[in-house]
Structures are given as structure tokens and as C-alpha cells.
Design a protein around this ligand. Structure first.
Ligand code: SF4
Length: 378
């Protein structure tokens, strides 16, 4: 069986104003013990799961993995390769913040086994970067891409954002152009969502967050979905664009129901149809693992209907859409037996393409994905 591995590094230098991921600033004193515990968990989990097959992707995310001192991150990279059988040519990604890396650091993670670098750039406008709480400048992002190339990374991804406070279409166009000119293999571009428990949420409550209005955000969306393919990045998922052959295999696995094992504080796993979540508290995580306990608790088994909804949402995010045959194999019934009225309605509205292979979002459906996903709720 093929599976994926995810390793979570919950440290950041500073919390970005929009971020609700499980990551914390000011916890550097835990880094050494956390590295020790994570390597211990990798070994424990491998004794249970490694023999089930091979890992086709490894993703080290966070948080900011590259806030760890290089020897710590190298130790984690090497431990995972020693403990789990990796498929030949497995995709091995590390997320990095441009404000935390230099040439030696990038060469060091490449030497320790990483082969894909995902850089959180967000924008090439310094004013916007400050406004959203990023720790780096546009120039540091440019330098990080250049250093990654020099180090030997042949697969570099850049993250951008749109719909930021004070951002104009011209700002977005300049960032998209600059990102494309740097010739990465992959670009992800996410619309800002204001999540609870973030600085932006508080600012919004206090009336201090001016976001682009709906028409402006829509114009940005239209721009980037037109411009990136024109520049050779094909769209393979709602928010993801890649040069041919460089779609993120790890993310595709999530959207295509591939089992994954998550390790580290707050990591999630999906294995054999069961979901588990590790404790998010760094200190508790370290203590449990060092006492020889697995830090995971099992989530309530998802009801069949919930599993169906999720299977459909995730598959619909990709250009391949829902595979009819896979749906039958998974749930023992046809797509039409559950969703016939929805399929007819969404097709009539020009949001879905329905054929013998399956069901996919149209271009318009990608834009109004939330409307389609809501319709798939059972
Ligand atoms: S660097 Fe990433 S994980 Fe850390 S706070 Fe910013 S967005 Fe969140």
C-alpha cells in the first residue's frame, strides 16, 4: 500500500496576523526536546506502520520547519528516511519561510534528503508583507529562491495570497508576475480568510481591518486564474498551479483519499478509514512520547454520509474531480444514487461537468466552489 507521511514543526518566529495553524512563537526553548520526541515518535510509528507498504511522499510542514537549527531539522529528515521505506523518487518537501534560511541552510536540508522546497512568500510588496505580519521582505524571498536554485533544488514552490488588506489588483499582478519570473515549478495562491483567534479577526471586530470588497477580490481571482496558465502554470486544483509534471503529489494524495500518517504535535492521520489527531500541546506531546506513549487520540469515526461528503469535496478541488468508479468501490453505490438531483442542478447552472468518467468543476464551478461544496452536504 502507498501512503504519505506528514511531520509537523509547530514553531514560528512570529505569528502572522491571518494564521490559525497550530504554530507558536516564543517556544524556542522546546526545540531540542521536540526534535528528540519527534524522532522518537517516528521510530515508534514506523514499528507499527512502516511494513504496510511504502511512503510515496514526505511533507515537513508547520509552523515553520526552518526555524529549527539546521542539525535538528537534518536529524528529523534522516530519521524518517531510516525508519520508513520511501518509494523511489518519493517527493520530499520542506516548508520554509524566506526570513529563516540562508544558502548553507538550504544546502543542508537538500543534503539530508529533501527534494522540494515550499517557500511562503505571500506577496512581493514589502508594505503588504508588514501589514500581514510576515517576518521577511520581498528581497529575502527573491534571495531564497535564488539560493534554493544554487543549492540544487529542482522543485521549488511559492505561496502567494490575494484579498489582503490594502491590496490592489495592480499589487497582485506585480506579485504574480514576479513569482512567475522567478521560474518556480509550482505556485499556490490562497484568498485571505479571516479566522477566529487571529490578529485579523480582532482587528475586524474593532473595525480596523479594511479588506478589498467582493468585486475587487473577484477581479484578483479572475486575474490570477487567467494569468498563471498564460505563463505556463496549469491549474490542477482550486488554489494550485504547476509546470507540467510538478503538481504536488503530497497534496494530490490528500485530495484523492490516500492514507497518511501525521507525526508531531497537532498532526492528523488518516489510516484504514480511521482518523487520529496528536495532542497540540508541545509540552504534553514531548512528555507523552518520551514516556513511550503515542500522543494520538482517535477521532469519532466519521458517519458514512460525512465520509462521502468529504470524499466529494476533496476530489472536486482537483481538475480530475470525482472518479465514478472510485466512488462505487468506496461506498458500494453509484454517485447518482446519492447525488442525482444535485448533479442535474449544478450541471444546469454551469458549475459541474458530468460524464462517464466522473464529475468535475467547470471553470465557473472552480470560482464558486463553495456553492457546489455546500450542495454536496448530505
Ligand atoms: S509562518 Fe506560516 S505557520 Fe507561521 S504564523 Fe505565519 S502563516 Fe502561520
Amino acid at each position: 500500500m502507498d501512503y504519505e507521511l506528514y511531520l509537523h514543526i509547530p514553531f514560528c518566529r512570529q505569528k502572522c496576523f491571518y494564521c490559525d495553524f497550530p504554530s507558536w512563537a516564543g517556544q524556542e526553548h522546546y526545540m531540542e526536546a521536540y526534535t528528540e520526541a519527534l524522532c522518537r515518535e517516528i521510530a515508534m510509528q514506523s514499528s507499527l506502520f512502516a511494513a504496510a507498504g511504502q511512503a510515496v511522499t514526505v511533507y515537513i510542514g508547520g509552523g515553520t520547519p526552518t526555524t529549527l537549527p539546521l542539525p535538528f531539522l537534518q536529524r528529523i529528515l534522516r530519521t524518517v528516511q531510516r525508519c520508513f521505506p520511501l518509494a523511489t523518487g518519493a517527493e520530499f518537501s520542506v516548508e520554509a519561510n524566506p526570513g529563516t534560511v540562508d544558502a548553507a541552510y538550504l544546502a543542508g536540508i537538500l543534503a539530508a534528503g529533501a527534494n522540494r522546497l515550499s517557500l511562503g512568500v505571500q506577496s512581493f510588496n514589502d508594505g503588504l508583507l508588514q501589514r500581514i505580519g510576515r517576518i521577511h521582505t520581498a528581497e529575502q524571498a527573491r534571495q531564497a529562491v535564488s539560493m534554493a536554485r544554487t543549492a540544487g533544488f529542482k522543485n521549488v514552490s511559492l505561496d502567494l495570497m490575494y484579498g489582503l488588506p490594502g491590496q490592489t489588483l495592480a499589487d497582485l499582478a506585480a506579485s504574480v508576475a514576479e513569482a512567475a519570473d522567478l521560474q518556480p515549478q509550482h505556485i499556490s495562491i490562497y484568498g485571505l480568510q479571516v479566522e477566529e483567534k487571529t490578529v485579523f479577526f480582532r482587528q475586524q471586530q474593532q473595525g480596523r481591518l479594511q479588506l478589498p470588497d467582493e468585486a475587487a477580490a473577484e477581479a484578483m481571482y479572475d486575474y490570477m486564474t487567467g494569468e498563471l496558465p498564460r505563463r505556463g502554470f496549469f491549474r490542477y486544483e482550486i488554489s494550485n498551479f504547476a509546470r507540467p509534471g510538478f503538481a504536488s503529489r503530497h497534496n494530490l494524495g490528500y485530495w484523492q483519499d490516500v492514507p497518511y500518517l501525521g507525526m508531531g504535535a497537532a498532526a492528523h492521520s488518516y489510516w484504514d478509514g480511521r482518523r487520529q489527531e496528536n495532542t497540540a500541546d508541545i509540552a504534553v506531546y514531548i512528555r507523552q512520547v518520551m514516556e513511550g506513549e503515542l500522543p494520538a487520540h482517535e477521532e469519532e469515526p466519521a458517519a458514512r454520509s460525512l465520509h462521502m461528503e468529504e470524499f466529494c469535496f476533496l476530489a472536486l478541488r482537483t481538475v480530475q474531480g470525482i472518479d465514478r468508479q472510485k466512488f462505487v468501490e468506496k461506498f458500494g453505490c453509484t454517485l447518482e444514487s446519492v447525488y442525482a438531483p444535485i448533479l442535474t442542478d449544478m450541471r444546469a447552472k454551469g458549475l459541474l461537468t458530468v460524464d462517464d468518467a466522473g464529475v468535475r468543476l467547470t471553470k465557473r464551478g472552480m470560482k464558486y466552489g463553495n456553492v457546489v461544496f455546500a450542495a454536496f452536504l448530505l
